[in-house]
Design a binder for this molecule. Sequence first.
Ligand code: HEC
Length: 314
Amino acid sequence: MKIFTLIPKDFSLSKKLTILMSVIFLTGIIASSFVYYNVLFGYAKNELNTQANLLISTLDSVRKYTNDRVTPLLQEQSEEKLLLESIPAFASTSVFHVLADVYKDKYGDYLYKDAMFNPTNLRDLATKDEIKVIDKLSQQHQVKGAKIDEGFLTIDGQNHFYTARPIIITQASCLQCHSTLEKAPPALKVLYQQGKYQANAGFGWELNKVIGTKIVYVPADKVYQSTRQSFILVLGIFIAIFAAAIFLVNLWLKQYVVRPLNRITQVAEAVSLGDMEADFEKKSNDEVGRLAEAFTRLKTSLVIAMKRLTQKNE
Ligand code: HEC
């Protein structure tokens, strides 16, 4: 093969073999680690995606439960005092905070938000990045298809994977609290007067328009860190196996090929200098052993030929 000729001819057998194996292994390691890296990080992203989707779906269910079952029950009772617990968005956000608090070890770094252009509760005001997400969801809303956005965002220096779904007002009944202060129920007006909510906050929302996003953030650093660790571990094992293979093949080559060949060379040199006592030892039945055998026959013929020659001379 042509590539074999690239290895300099003067190199020893073991050097040539080491170079050849290193090239093969290096290409193997680079190619396989590239594939493995992509597969592994694909899995990691999938994992983040699954977690984020499960969480956002759960909170959506809380919202729906509150809307369908709790809100109607409380409507009559809350004429004077608005029971925030009956508000779907309040319920889903509260449930998330319970989750992040009770299961702090596992979900303490997770984030959930109803990010809005003009929220009732200022806590829900969309950040610059979230405004971009809302704009994207708004563009998606114009066309048919997936109503979801996902990707990575840095929050407080931490990399997060996010899943975002649009907030769209589809029921006219929502607007009794989200159109103008005049139309708002007295119990809600009280909260505005008490200063719990700022003037105009959470009003002027329009039907069937994307006015915000429900967004879940899953911390990505930890997942990626453990992915990176397992990648390095597997790569390390690979490299160790390859290095051991190169070492063992070299050892084998020295023991069964290089050293016997060197011995044959030494003996051949001794014989050529007239030392007929030197013996070609045959230590194996392979090609090297057969070479030693052939040299022994050659030496025998040489000895006979020399004997005849001296006899003739005498
Ligand atoms: C009885 C009044 C009332 C009704 C009806 C109501 N909301 Fe609200 N909504 C509120 C209040 C008050 C808040 C702020 C809760 C808080 O402080 O967390 C809020 C908050 C929200 C939020 C969170 C973002 C923000 O503004 O802080 C969303 C989203 C939302 N509502 C959507 C809806 C939808 C959709 C409907 C109809 C299904 C609806 N609301 C019906 C009073 C209402």
